[in-house]
Design a protein around this ligand. Sequence first.
Ligand SMILES: NC(=O)C1=CN([C@@H]2O[C@H](COP(=O)(O)OP(=O)(O)OC[C@H]3O[C@@H](n4cnc5c(N)ncnc54)[C@H](OP(=O)(O)O)[C@@H]3O)[C@@H](O)[C@H]2O)C=CC1
Ligand SMILES: N[C@@H](CC=O)C(=O)O
Ligand code: NA
Length: 373
Amino acid sequence: MSAISPKVYVAVVGVGLVGTDFVNQLLSIPPHASPFHLISLTSSTRTIFDAANPIAPGTSWKPLLAGSSQRPDFKVLTEHLASLVAQNQKVTLVDNTSSDDVAALYPSFLEKGISVITPNKKAYSGDLSLYKSILRASETSGARFLNESTVGAGLPVISTLKELVATGDKVVRIEGVLSGTMSYIFNEFSTGRPDGPSFSSVVSIAREKGYTEPHPADDLNGFDVARKLTILSRTISLSPQTTSTSLPSLQSFASVQTTSLIPAALEGIPTGDEFISRLPEFDPHFDQMRAEASAEGKVLRFVGVVDVAGGQVKAGLEKYPTSHPFATSLGGSDNIIMFHTERYGSRPLIVQGAGAGAAVTAMGVLGDLFKLV
Ligand SMILES: NC(=O)C1=CN([C@@H]2O[C@H](COP(=O)(O)OP(=O)(O)OC[C@H]3O[C@@H](n4cnc5c(N)ncnc54)[C@H](OP(=O)(O)O)[C@@H]3O)[C@@H](O)[C@H]2O)C=CC1
Ligand SMILES: N[C@@H](CC=O)C(=O)O
Ligand code: NA
């Protein structure tokens, strides 16, 4: 007779694009097959918590949350979740925000035995001291932190890299198109022809499709790619299996050599709406870049590199021949990540597919949750 594992108690913070899909995917698991109890939801203004009556499939959870008079309080939420841990329950906090404030709380969740799962890149690409305290807290309590959707959305990028490192392969270089937004923009904008849609129009569509960060400037300044490269780089260099590496110890994503696409006049615009409305002023600048690449028989692609052997991490706009895989094999919000390793020799291990969008990102988060079962 096999033992029945206890269910994992899940508290969700952030119910925007990804968070909504995540909750809907979680609640669509047939109850008899679901290893999860969804016990709490928190938006930026409201919260609900009820460990005794988990939210059931079919519940109209949005009105339930909107109708709550409880304000979010992370101290109280942590106490509630810690009391379940004290009763030997498995408890996880899922952070679907892009908030630095929520990210800063991960060590305090982890040290109380609450696992953390997130597509939010802030903690893992922010200050190195936060990353190290996450590692320490997880090691001390045994609670897990999983972040598959921080790179390549639901694509198996982090899990692949962890397995390469854990099994003793030596990563030489990782390179690829790591931004769904940048991929979509340049797949549509730069096809090898000298003309085509305007830059600002494809950026607007990428935003409508839910690929961009809450503020699209966070994609166009290259920081989103720099954050992903920081996460990949730290996954290698701070793994217990890595004894020595030439990789730089990145103090934060800001240490990555990054080329911004944002015209100087648009730096620091506070809202995404205003940024998008001003972008058409700069279309002629991008038209010229496209025409120059086309004249060389090339396309533009925004690419990131973790050069482990060369000790360099960088992100920027590059030109590729129209026959290159970055030009021929990408469409939509596709990411492509090539792992050059000792074992994979001259033919890299390649992961490719949609790298942004609510459904695929939420799937990566839910996939991480299943790893706790
Ligand atoms: N979209 C994508 O394709 C991908 C996204 N990601 C990451 O997923 C995360 C979510 O992205 P996305 O859903 O697109 O963004 P959204 O802006 O749609 O959602 C974020 C939500 O977080 C909520 N929020 C912000 N601060 C807090 C807080 N302190 N407490 C509770 N809730 C808060 C906001 O709530 P409210 O509505 O109440 O203001 C908002 O609804 C981001 O970290 C993003 O980088 C990762 C991979 C791909
Ligand atoms: N804005 C990001 C979302 C996923 O991380 C992207 O475009 O890749
Ligand atoms: Na991923």
